[in-house]
Design a protein around this ligand. Sequence first.
Ligand SMILES: [Zn+2]
Length: 487
Amino acid sequence: MTKSTLTLCILLATGSIVFAQRQEIEKSFDGKAAVAEFTYLASDELMGRDPARPEMKLAYTFIATQLENAGAKPLLGADGFYQNIPFRVSSPPKSGSIKIGDSEFIQGKNMLVLDGKSFSGTFELVEVGFGTDEDFAGKDLAGKIAITNAGAPGKLSPNQLFAEGRSKTLRAKEAGAVALIERFNVPAIPWQLVSGFLNRPQMSVDQGSASELPYVWIEDLKNKMTGEKLSAATIKVEGKVNTPVEGKNVVAWIEGTDPKLKNEYIMLSAHYDHVGVGTPDAAGDSIYNGARDNAVGTVAVMNAAKFFAKNPPKRSILIALWTAEEKGLLGSAYFANNPLVPLNQIVYNLNIDNGGYNDTSIITVIGLGRTSADFLLEEAVAEFGIKAIADPSPEQGLYDRSDNVNFARKGIPAPTFSLGFTAFDDEIQKYYHKAGDHVDNFDLDYAQVYWKSYILSAQKIANWDQRPVWTPGDKYEEVSKALYGDN
Ligand SMILES: [Zn+2]
């Protein structure tokens, strides 16, 4: 045997192993069943998969049944295939007003009641800066109202404003305050937009008695509400209704085959909720079916569970279908803060979320180039004759706008495997959060390639002899080293 025939033989052998992996997926993947699942999840019957609506039960029961039938196992500490989450929906009050000095604030106009119960009276005000732990330290708030700026230094994105506000209600409650007022003074976010968005029912994780604390935003873009004026406030909030809702993440796992590597988990995730029922479009359609966002991703993860239950890789697989992503990444955040598998055993998260696609020759991986495992995604996708590209619209901040970020912030490498798009253009906007996001205008041949290349990507990473790490210098590298004890 000459050297070149030997090389050729090695090449052929490697090629056939690679081919065999893809072959295995092609053989076991039931494309018809996957389309049926896709069609059901995006059907009108599920009314847009809104976690606040009763039809959500159809969605999570369907997903859990699929996981159970696949042979995936329930996680220890879960309720069968569910992680239950105590949500509450806080509806705007019938009326509300606050008087501070000679300034008056009216609900829906320059005041928004975000949570808490009906409430009225005149109370002393206490300035608490940004409402951080340090700001609250040593303040006497018993029977008084805490007043703070919205957000925190460097934390002024909409998501951060909400998250910070929730932590402040806990601190205010603990300090004995009777209410929390935040001055909304973030010039980058128009008040009109904020009040339009927030003056309707809002879902959040129930924080027990802290959620009963009246929590109010007042518009103060010119920073007028400071100093002397802040001696007392007369507040009146009437007709406030809060409704508990049980949320469910659907979770399961598949044991890996390698005696050592099976202690590491590759988390495969997608949110299964969508935005429910809304304003009718020109065709009179008011059900937001969310085929692209994110029934297609839910089907990918369910079918990954089916494949891996029959063909377990070396590492264990953690399956997670998140609820309430559209309400502010609530389901994934709940798991990240109440993990059913220790976070330092979850070594990688291949998440899925989608707005739409405009190029079926590619897969867009939000976060490609940020972890050491990215070449495996590129390889897997290439085997299906398409190409993986990185986020083409970094200005949209997609990486930090979906469920993956809740795990990235903890240090877990967590890209999002999305349908192919080269720009956040009109073709994407046509379906993104629109009633017309249906299965019948989805390229189902492309869906098959997308689903199968996702499974192959996950398989390659789950079998890799190295643990994926962040690219040196990434903003999440330090927290990651701390999580996995790599320092
Ligand atoms: Zn989505």
